[in-house]
Write a protein that binds this ligand. Structure first.
Ligand code: ZN
Length: 418
């Protein structure tokens, strides 16, 4: 797959930390030429193989013909001792100081991290910027630039098995990555940014994990829903534009859907976590959902899906009586866990019994403010009355961790009536 250039870049290696003589060396791949002082040459080779495995997935994601990257090759520097690279003139003076990584045209610089995953993630992140510069002439405003780079760099596996564009299943797979940890902190502080605020992040973030996290979440959402995906991908072609023009056009193309975008964003930022799976978590709501006329509606709530709607919007000032029955299965091992709508009180998830039927009153209009109010989630169980203050969607799900839905089965029968 790649050839090794075994010679040190310099004639003599650098002395790092006195005793350890460490050479800069080069590993050459198809889309990347890596110069590094990593202790493990195996890690360096894996980085190169990972990058070469990711690029075809990226061109697939952007729907780019192969010839668009035919002559593209990134000159990459993964550095333990930044000074060693600087002193050899490998970091141009116009590259600003950076805590994690930096991309300039076809060159990228990355600081080696305490985990191989995170070093690889940052290398892919900067490489995704470089691809955008090469193919689109720019990477768009901050949220789009960082969001897409995070989308393309969040991966599983390594080397030739690298699978780009995924949501990690397990914290142990992505040491030092920290995006979901940051998101749960922000959630706990009740300072979740609106999608509007995310889209107006300032141009220089310089390692601000919170902004990277929410930019990534936004990119993940726009790439996941079929009705946004094309608009999102096509926006990349306007990577050169100012953020004002870029954002205005982006919003115009989704103008009809924007209240839905805002509502789905609220749900996503409430729930996004390890094991989140868009096939289970897309929320079927529409601005065309009719206002509920008060006739009883019977519907099912599946145990293996995220928030589910009975298909109507509930007018303001209505008290909704909800009744539920049935059984769901929440795990298969060591034996099937059965739950009724009240849930099983031997295990709790997000403060409520596992398997409990819960509801979310999600207003049709998202307040115009930078930080979103906490989402209103309520216990339903066998029956309950929900007060709807403003025009809202009334959504239901079976309480479980988002990463644990795969082994769930069955559904509750739910009826709503005034
Ligand atoms: Zn970046």
């Amino acid at each position: 797959m790649f050839t090794l250039v075994g010679d040190p870049v310099t004639a003599v290696g650098q002395d790092i930390g006195g005793q350890n003589r460490t050479n800069l060396y080069r590993v050459d791949g198809r889309f990347i030429e890596l110069t590094t002082d990593l202790e493990s040459r195996e890690e360096a080779e894996t980085l190169v193989a990972s990058f070469d495995a990711a690029v075809p997935q990226w061109t697939g994601f952007w729907d780019l013909a192969d010839d668009r990257v035919a002559g593209w090759k990134v000159t990459a520097f993964v550095m333990r001792d930044k000074q060693a690279f600087a002193s050899q003139g490998l970091i141009p003076i116009r590259v600003p100081d950076f805590p994690y990584g930096y991309a300039l045209n076809d060159s990228v610089w990355i600081m080696a991290q305490p985990s191989q995953y995170y070093t690889r993630h940052l290398m892919l992140h900067e490489g995704a910027h470089s691809l955008a510069f090469h193919c689109f002439g720019g990477a768009g405003p901050t949220w789009f630039m960082e969001g897409t780079a995070e989308l393309l760099s969040t991966h599983s596996g390594q080397g030739q098995q690298t699978k780009s564009i995924g949501i990690p299943n397990d914290k142990a797979d992505v040491p030092y990555w920290g995006r979901f940890t940051k998101m749960s902190q922000v959630r706990a502080e009740s300072t979740i940014p609106s999608i509007g605020k995310v889209m107006q992040y300032p141009p220089t973030l310089s390692g601000d994990v919170e902004s990277y996290t929410f930019s990534w979440a936004a990119a993940s959402m726009f790439a996941a829903y079929p009705e946004y995906r094309d608009v999102f991908r096509e926006a990349a072609n306007r990577g050169r534009e100012t953020s004002l023009t870029f954002n205005r056009q982006f919003r115009q193309r989704l103008a009809k859907d924007w209240p839905i975008v805002q509502a789905r964003w609220r749900l996503l930022t409430h729930d996004f976590d390890f094991g989140f799976d868009w096939d289970q978590q897309q929320v079927a709501i529409s601005i065309q959902d009719p206002l509920w006329d008060g006739k009883p509606i019977k519907f099912t709530v599946e145990a293996d899906r995220g928030w589910q709607s009975p298909g109507v919007r509930v007018p303001s000032g209505v008290k909704v009586r909800v009744r539920a029955s049935g059984q769901v299965t929440l795990a298969q091992e060591p034996k099937p866990w059965i739950s009724e709508p009240e849930g099983v009180t031997i295990q709790y998830v997000v403060g409520r019994p596992l398997g409990q039927l819960i509801a979310c009153v999600l207003p049709n209009q998202t307040p115009r403010q930078d930080e979103l109010p906490t989402i209103d989630v309520q216990t339903i169980g066998n029956q309950s009355v929900v007060d709807v203050a403003a025009h809202s969607w009334l959504l239901f799900k079976v309480n479980d961790a988002v990463g644990d839905l795969g082994d769930n089965g069955g559904s509750f029968e739910v009826t709503i009536e005034p």
